[in-house]
Design a protein around this ligand. Structure first.
Ligand SMILES: Cc1cc2nc3c(=O)[nH]c(=O)nc-3n(C[C@H](O)[C@H](O)[C@H](O)COP(=O)(O)O)c2cc1C
Length: 193
């Protein structure tokens, strides 16, 4: 198998796995460190390296999920609070192994457009997703709950100009790899000149 074949296999067989489908088995922290090491090699315009990660493991996971659910309750108007959503956020961590909160750190006096800093962090996330796929680690990149709410930034003590990019839920699953699907043919996405 060539390096391209290997890479293609990992890319094409990577699938998102929801936390509810994870089996509670723990990932060795050394593997999490290796995945973060891959993230750190994402391309970066002007070498700003804007990706930042907060890793939650063990008891910190339950704490984060509780705080996330409480943020939802506090910042949602009473009539709109859904108990099901509160419970979902509260129990999100029950069968996963680690949560990696990802954000974009905007460096001061930075002339690189924000769009490009976001792009660099997204590339870093993809490195994690692909590394995880190569290790049979299940991941979901999630922007659900309060991730994009200003209250989340405050909770994480981020600057106004930083951007929360999502949480990565990592674990193992016993489920078979899902069929992949693409709705738009590649030929409709490409123009050759
Ligand atoms: C920026 C971003 C945010 C996402 N947020 C969520 C989310 O909040 N909840 C969720 O179930 N999936 C989320 N996903 C995962 C997508 O649903 C998933 O990638 C898509 O269904 C394609 O499936 P695949 O990753 O297995 O190819 C997100 C993906 C991206 C790129």
């Amino acid at each position: 198998m060539t390096a391209f074949d290997n890479l293609q296999n990992i890319i094409q067989n990577r699938r998102s796995v929801k936390p509810a489908l994870m089996n509670g088995k723990k990932i060795n922290s050394a593997l999490i460190r290796q995945l973060l090491g891959l993230a750190d090699w994402a391309p970066t315009h002007g070498h700003t390296e804007p990706w930042r990660f907060i890793v939650y493991e063990d008891r910190a996971i339950q704490r984060f999920c509780f705080d996330h659910a409480e943020l939802y309750k506090t910042h949602t108007v009473a009539e709109k609070i859904s108990t099901a959503k509160y419970e979902k956020l509260l129990h999100m961590g029950d069968s996963l192994s680690h949560i990696i909160l990802v954000y974009m750190k905007r460096t001061e006096n930075n002339s690189i457009p924000v769009l490009e800093e976001i792009a660099a962090v997204a590339a870093a996330v993809e490195n994690i997703l692909l590394g995880a796929a190569s290790l049979d680690i299940a991941v979901l990149w999630s922007t659900g709950g309060m991730i994009h709410h200003p209250a989340m930034k405050l909770y994480l003590a981020l600057s106004d100009s930083d951007i929360v990019m999502g949480s990565l839920f990592l674990g193992y699953t016993d489920e078979p790899v899902k069929e992949g699907k693409r709705n738009i043919p590649l030929t409709d996405k490409v123009i050759w000149k």
